[in-house]
Design a protein around this ligand. Sequence first.
Ligand code: GLP
Length: 238
Amino acid sequence: MQLIQCQSKDDAVKKVAGILFDYISDSTKKVFGLATGRTMEPVYAELIRLIKESGADLTGKSFFMLDEYYGLPDNHESSFKFYIKTHFQNPLGLKDEQIFFPPVHLDNAGEKYEEDIRRMGGVDLQLLGIGQNGHIGFNEPGSRKNSLTRRVDLTPETIEANREQFVGDIIPVDALSMGIGTILRAKSLVMLATGKSKADVIQFLVNNKDDPSCPASFLKDHNHFLLVLDPEAASKIS
Ligand code: GLP
């Protein structure tokens, strides 16, 4: 794992957006995995700025979502589909056929998604955030290292962390998530963590490997795994 400690949250966001932009501008890179969450909102804003400023052409590029909740109406404002349409697809005017959302409406959703990823040639660059409990996508603690895209139960702490987003609504309790094995098949991984709330999990991630209590630690052996941190997320590592 390569680690970059940036001097500010803005520098960390710009670093990750710049890496994504370099990959998207590379004609040999076609398939990208997209993460959601609060961490990524400024990353997409900066990436869109870079793309629009350069006039980069995204024709032929495909984007796969890491995860999606079960049980939400398609256009629910807290669905990850709505998130990516709002923060990425619509501002760039990307076609629907360029964006792959976990098909939560299908019975064989996991197998279908894995087949789509294979059919598109595999993920060149996977963007990742990290949950406070070390989850990646919705691979919660206890997820297997060789897990693939499947329905997963959300932990009580993840459900609790989501409470504010689902005010007055049913809070999802399960999701369709790329597996850890799926993520490990990507050619490159870039993880961004910012803010004090991630300091503990980053300290654990940096000091542990292949620990089921922190699914992100299964990524340590990947030969192209870059972890980018702001000072707050890095505040508990030497
Ligand atoms: C969410 C998503 C993850 C995301 C993580 C952190 O539940 N399933 O893909 O990385 O939790 O989210 P945030 O960036 O809002 O802290």
